[in-house]
Design a protein. Structure first.
Lengths: 255, 292
């Protein structure tokens, strides 16, 4: 079932035979796949299909019962969240994850600054760590410039999702894991978010792994899709292949 | 009029010291959900560290203050976090609150036991001169206390808003999970908060002890006042704690003269009840909504 990567390209993320058991429930059962540089991979599946468990195994926040995940060849098991960021992994959260009382600019700067400087320079250097112009570029990219100095907590939900995305890109990650980016976002904003993510992927070659419920969003954004049901991979392929796959239709419609 | 001016100035001076304790109180709450009911004792104790430096080690006053600060950072900062907050916090806020109440009692009784129950004179840092300004007696000590406290809180604000570490501390307080994912060393930021609280408590202690003398029971009132000031001003804002502290200092002084000295200590409590009823988030506070 797994699509074999071309031999000479090293995967950014590899998932090897991951299984995760919670008591008597096997939430993820022997899942394997590779994600190549520049891919936008969608991980979809009905509620309880094991998406989030798998996601947390990839991020090193859950220890798999069997198997392992590696980012650029380095195992993520037991890696602290802060170190994951230094390994070149960005992520967005299902819930909003901005710092509500800081301005949009400060939020985005903060997302990049921990990668630079010594402890002394961190303590006493100016707050922007020389990152203002880079942050402004990203804010501009997500067309948040009018809200540059607005407290992030006072923006609309969709706008906060954009800030969240800008933050995930600030440290210049090789791979970004997006946890339900479309959740709770209105249609207009959704199209816009999709456009920005695709453009960023095209311009920077950043790899994305997207977990999502919203089928249309995933279909239009991703280059490859893996479908999970009851902890197992039931289908894998391009959006068109997935759309016409009978097993996927059955899993989603409960047939 | 002269009397009012005089009361205002001494009220602000006392209030600014309350504010130091209240700011530390809110910082701890924001960074680690610690409601420190030993905060009053945190302000009482450093004065005794300074006295130990002077009497036991024979150090000059300034060096004793440095010694007291170092000891406070170590005991009220690092040890408090490592030995009490870290082990208790996973069990919830309430066990931690109870632990801080116990710690306060322990500190109070220890000072009484090991240093003595009588009030100890504490050397004045500033001249005891009193000037007559437009008929009001204005003490240099009051003015200096006000200036030092304001400078301390002002530089803390600058540190938190302008430096990278300060912003990381704010980020940690606002959303620790996300801060960690972004690479912020959350544990270190929390430690910094405890160190800052210990430093603020030491400043408050050194400023207030020349006036009230160093006594084991000083923390009782101070802790209560800091708590009330933090709630009145708004628990999640440094500005709020500052305003709350100043307000209580002024109300305390004014009510002693214009209302009744017998009801003086009731006034902050009346204010507290009024604020809780009318504006529960505090004067400058915003309703707490944590998203993780």
């Amino acid at each position: 079932m797994t699509m074999q990567p071309q031999a000479h390209i090293k995967p950014v993320l590899s998932v090897h035979n991951i299984s995760k058991q919670f008591g008597g429930i096997r939430a993820v059962n022997n899942v394997s796949f590779d994600v190549l540089p520049g891919e936008i991979l969608g991980l979809i599946g009905p509620n309880g299909s094991g998406k989030s468990t798998l996601f947390n195994c990839i991020l090193g926040q859950l220890r798999p019962t069997e198997g392992h995940c590696a980012i650029k060849g380095r195992a993520t098991d037991g890696v602290r969240p802060a170190d994951l960021s230094l390994m070149g992994v960005g992520r967005t959260f299902q819930q909003l994850s901005v710092f509500p009382k800081m301005s949009v600019l400060d939020n985005v700067i903060l997302a990049g600054q921990e990668h630079e400087g010594t402890m002394f320079s961190r303590l006493f250097s100016k707050g922007d760590a020389g990152l203002t112009s880079k942050a402004e570029q990203l804010i501009d990219f997500f067309r948040l410039t009018p809200y540059r100095n607005t407290e992030a907590g006072s923006l609309s939900y969709g706008q906060q999702k954009l800030v969240d995305a800008a933050m995930a890109f600030m440290a210049g990650p090789d791979i970004v894991l997006l946890d339900e980016p479309a959740g709770g976002v209105n249609l207009t904003m959704l199209g816009y978010l999709k456009d920005r993510l695709t453009t960023y992927n095209r311009e920077h070659g950043t790899t994305f792994v997207v977990i999502e419920h919203n089928m249309e969003f995933v279909m239009s954004l991703c280059t490859r899709i893996i479908v999970l049901a009851q902890g197992e991979v039931i289908a894998e392929g391009t959006p068109d292949q997935i759309r016409s796959n009978q097993m996927v239709i059955d899993a989603y419609l409960g047939g | 009029m002269a009397e009012l001016l005089q009361l205002l100035i001494s009220g602000l001076a006392a209030g600014s010291i309350y504010a130091l304790a209240a700011v530390g109180f809110t910082l701890l709450w924001q960074a680690s959900q610690t409601i420190n009911f030993a905060q009053g004792e945190f302000v009482m104790l450093p004065a005794f560290f300074v006295l130990i430096g002077m009497t036991v080690f024979g150090l000059p006053l300034w060096l004793s203050i440095v010694f007291g600060l170092a000891l406070a950072l170590l005991i009220l900062g690092v040890a408090f976090k490592r030995l009490i907050v870290e082990p208790m916090l996973p069990h919830g806020t309430l066990p931690l609150v109870i632990a801080t109440i116990a710690l306060g009692l322990l500190m109070k009784e220890s000072v009484k036991e090991f240093y003595g129950a009588t009030a100890q004179p504490f050397p004045a840092i500033f001249p005891q001169t009193v000037y007559n300004v437009a008929g009001a007696s204005v003490s240099v000590q009051d003015i200096c206390n006000l200036i030092v406290s304001m400078l301390a809180i002002g530089s803390l604000q600058l540190f938190l808003n302008r430096t990278r570490t300060g912003r990381c501390m704010q980020a940690t307080a606002q959303n620790p999970a996300v801060a960690e994912v972004l690479g912020v060393n959350v544990k270190r930021m929390v430690l910094y908060t405890f160190l800052i609280n210990a430093a603020l408590a030491t400043i408050a202690s050194v400023l207030i002890s020349p006036i009230y003398l160093a006594k084991f029971s000083n923390g009782e009132t101070l802790g209560l006042v800091a708590f009330i000031a933090a709630i009145v001003g708004g628990f999640n804002q440094i500005r709020g704690a500052l305003v709350g502290g100043l307000l209580i200092g002024v109300i305390d002084n004014l009510s002693a003269v214009y209302v009744s000295s017998e009801y003086r200590s009731a006034m902050p409590l009346i204010l507290l009840i009024a604020i809780i009823l009318l504006r529960p988030q505090g004067l400058l506070g915003t309703p707490e909504g944590r998203t993780v």
